[in-house]
Design a protein. Structure first.
Length: 346
């Protein structure tokens, strides 16, 4: 939400009536440094992640952080969930991004992360902002009015993310994400048609304007707001940091190539460039429909079990070919010993 809020505020202060002049551009560019300085000063006063503190064995610090973040009440249920996660990961070391990529038990989560990153950048939202100026001109709006329509798009995305924050715990992440994708696929199909025939009737360009705002809204309510949330929820405390590194890396690499390639694609095939984003969005939506479990109200252990249906599928096939074994658990002064014995075949 704060990212979209910053985008909308940047569009507003960039208007010619405020800071959008040649003389004041240095002022507006320096504002990003000002907010970075504010973060640098204030972040040390923010509480640490409660799950991180619990992983470090600081339960009192975890309770204090939970009280600061969620208010003073009974947080024992949340602490119990974190303790279960800690017990499940006991003995494991903190992993790097490369080690995470090589871990077969996280394979499906990694695929989901990559698809989510692709869906956020290659779903066509950047192309919509790029193409919107031409659509507004075709609708007959004066060039001096177009910056205000751009501000309207930014506010529309902010409204969508605010709406998503209100309903995400009611409908679930998966439902909202797939709903956003579904509307965007239909929106792209209609947008190609309206742009192609906008010269045939005076009302068609206004349909294109409506579709642009519709696509912006459902991007904000779908992949724009739920993508990062899902990435955080499907990884454990020890793998979350490298997962977010991979997510950011894939996202910015896609944005870099999109910024270079899209102008050439748009110059070559015009409005049919949206067909590429329609196909990419449909492919991402299909993958997530098939493999992404609902994460609402579930602990990391429960989500991990859902993914293990796919991560462990090959391993189960291998184990089925091995002789069945009985596990005998014995205790000694050195600890617990597991002894595996092959079952005799009758």
């Amino acid at each position: 939400m704060f990212l979209s809020c910053g985008t909308a505020v940047g569009q507003i202060v960039g208007l010619q009536e405020i800071f959008g002049t040649e003389q004041l551009w240095p002022v507006i560019m320096s504002l990003s440094g000002f907010w970075a300085l504010i973060q640098l000063i204030t972040l040390p006063f923010f509480p640490e992640s409660p799950s991180y503190l619990l992983m470090k064995g600081d339960q009192k610090g975890c309770e204090k952080a939970l009280n600061l973040l969620w208010g003073k009440r009974d947080h024992q249920a949340a602490i119990d969930e974190m303790l279960k996660e800690k017990a499940a990961q006991s003995g494991t070391q903190r992993v790097t991004a490369l080690q995470l990529l090589q871990d077969p038990s996280e394979r499906c989560q990694i695929y989901t992360l990559i698809v989510l990153a692709i869906s956020i950048q290659l779903c066509g939202i950047n192309a919509i902002f790029f193409y919107a100026m031409d659509v507004f001109k075709s609708a007959g709006f004066a060039e001096s009015q177009i910056p205000y329509w751009a501000v309207g798009m930014g506010l529309c995305e902010l409204l969508a993310i605010f709406t998503c924050s209100l309903v995400i715990d009611c409908f679930g992440r998966r439902v909202i994400l797939l709903t956003g994708f579904s509307v965007m696929i239909l929106g792209f199909a209609f947008l190609i048609v309206t742009i192609s025939f906008q010269a045939h009737a005076i009302w068609i360009p206004y349909c294109s304007v409506f579709l642009i705002f519709l696509l912006t809204f459902f991007y904000g309510i779908g992949p724009g707001s739920t993508g990062t949330t899902i990435v955080v929820e499907i990884f454990s405390q020890k793998t979350r940091a490298p997962a977010l590194v991979l997510f950011g890396f894939v996202t910015w690499i896609e944005l870099f190539f999109l910024a270079i390639i899209f102008p050439y694609i748009q110059a070559s095939i015009g409005q049919f460039s949206f067909l590429i984003f329609l196909i990419v969005t449909a492919a991402c939506a299909t993958f997530l429909y098939l493999f992404l479990p609902e994460t609402k109200g579930k602990s990391w252990l429960e989500i991990s079990e859902e993914f293990n249906k796919y991560n462990c599928k090959r391993q189960r096939k291998v184990d089925a070919l091995k002789p069945q074994q009985d596990i005998i658990v014995t205790s000694s002064k050195y600890g617990t010993v597991n002894i595996a014995m092959d079952q005799k075949q009758n």
